[in-house]
Design a protein around this ligand. Sequence first.
Ligand code: NOJ
Length: 788
Amino acid sequence: MSIRIKPVQSYLSAAFQIVSLALAGATACWAQSSAPAPNAQLAAKALNQKVEALLKQMTLEEKIGQTVQYSAGFATGPSGSKLSYDELVARGAAGSLLNVIGAEHANHYQHIAVEKSRLHIPLLFGDDVIHGDRTTFPVPLGLAASWDPTLIAGVARTAAVEARADGVNWVFSPMVDIARDARWGRIVESAGEDPYLGSALARSWVEGYQQGDLSKPDSVAVSVKHFAAYGAAIAGRDYNATDMSDITLRQVYLPPYHAAVDAGAATLMSSFNSINGVPATANPYTLTQILRKEWHFDGFVVSDWGAVSELLNHSIGPDGATVARKALEAGVDMDMEGNLYATTIAAQVRSGEIPEKVVDEAARRILRVKFALGLFEHPFTPVTPAYAPTAANRAQARAVAAETIVLLKNDPVEGVGALLPLGKAAKTVALIGPLADSAQDMLGSWDAQGEPKFAVTLRQALTERLGGHLLYAPGCGVLSGEDEKTLLEGKPAPDDAASIAEAVEAAKKADVAVLALGESADWMTGEATSRTRLGLPGNQEQLLEAVAATGKPVILVLLTGRPAEIKWAGAHIPAIVEAWFPGMEGGHAVADVLFGDVNPSAKLTVSFPRAVGQEPLYYAQLPTGRPAHGDLSHAPASGPEKYQSRYIDEDNSALFPFGWGLSYTRFSYGQPTVSKAEVGLRDLEAGRGPDLTVAVDVRNAGSVAGTEVVQLYLRNTSASVEQPVRELKGFARVTLQPGESKHVEFPLGFDELSFYNVESKQVVEPTTYKVWVGGSSLATAETSFKVE
Ligand code: NOJ
């Protein structure tokens, strides 16, 4: 059996021209553009004729109205507006509302828009549907750990169907920010640290939501966020500035947004951060030069919540009018909750400060998406019965969650062997920990319309399996003890000694203890939840150590939205599972993995640090002149050499690295081969497609069926600009029966072998590539090829 992996993206293949910056208002409109259109629907002539005809009838105020968005529901940012939305919509003074949920609620405003406003222009309804709408799937960081684009497209599909039923035609997803700093709370919303994997998954999110056809009644427009480089917030502090070279911006941070645009994304959301001193929400370089001119994006850009008015705090203008002008001219077409486009743009157009064509262009881009979605023909949402999860919803949520659970460690225990999967010897199980029975935490942050009443906890799932043989003791709270919340609220830290003692007693009565520990999904992960400490919060570490001290075998199930600092557990607990926040069917899925009904196949997409001081920690480091043990390209330093690039008190390497994840079987890798020892530089530059293939045989050397994520890493050993010590450039999920082998091929071409040089040009150069294939970023099976 042979598997040939399709190149996952062509996101880097566009020819980049460096052209002088121009304001958004000066960009050519559709009719004059001969550029390739990533979304053919938005570029279609017939659609644009309708847009132009409508634009001609619109007053300046009506055009500005299209660029305005308010939250007419709950607030997902500071001080939500409290205006008369009925009246604003009737005047055509709002083009979109967010956080309006439910068919009746949406229809209420849509009736006003299409029946009472002068030009009957329908509204866009936006919402944060992030990992499911009603059916809650695992958080995005967990979904990414599946390394399965098809699975993610399926999640997006279900979410889109449910969102449309809820009146939402525009989702603020996917979040494709590269996240390399575990202190940043929003790492949970991301696909992790790698641009290649991030791009592949970004593409599948867009395809799942939009189906390549926005006019289908169950498609939703996406908003790819947060543009750009929001994940690189300095020191992992949310909303903080980012500062990086153009090479890093283009090579590491931009590819997933570009992949999403190439997949036809209808909209993007501009981010809160500044990039090299220029706020992303008023940044002509990213919003116009890169997005419009280089990537030929025809959709529109909405600001993040209040990000236009926050430009005042960024100190790039003396007043609201100035910063609103800067945002609009840079290419932010819609102002989410900033209330500055609504109040300052008209006067500036009248005074000649802002050319009217700038407003026209923003309105044009927004109207294109409305026409493409078919909202003029079908503005309303049919009212359907209240949601209750179907068997199909539950089955999908359970299967998806099981694919996201990472087996971090499964060392044999003396006299018992590997603890997982749990066998017959585990008659009585003590389930311990504050997250063992918390339905709300199973859902994760940004749970949209997910409801805890539909969530299955681990306690429920294990009770179904074990009945009276399950003992349960929470042990402590997630947040009790010396943790952030207690300190911030000035409360005395609760003393959990009594409940820890209870948990210890439960463990003593059991054959094995399962500890469900981690973070509070709501309070400690997601937006505005940066942390300086990454260990188990509160008294959970104390609980873990107390239970381990009983000598009973311990399995640690982590429920976290980020890599946790678990050095003690890594050294002393034999079996560790990372379950993230696994969604509505999370309890069942974790139990499926613990009991071996599902053989785990997920792999980390973020590096787990040994100590928080290593952050930002990621595998694709640039080389140094004084490499140390931990630099993947070099053998451990042989002597006690002081002058190395390392910490004096900790290893450089991750505790669990990118790509890491175990299985209940073992996979063995053959010697990788290349189809050509040398590739012609000119052939690569011609960009006609794959120029060579790396192949490897992978065998299931164990006794149960399993799925391996086969990963291909490259190192460019000599280039005009230094290149990472390893970079992922291919992956494939391969399912193998015991004893079965498969031959896996990875095609490589310009997309995989090019990089950005000091002139910000995407180039290939003569060099030798080292190649590794294996089951993690530590892969050792090696070969090489040359580019000449
Ligand atoms: C702020 C968040 O940064 C963004 O991700 C979200 O989509 C908007 N608020 C709307 O809720």
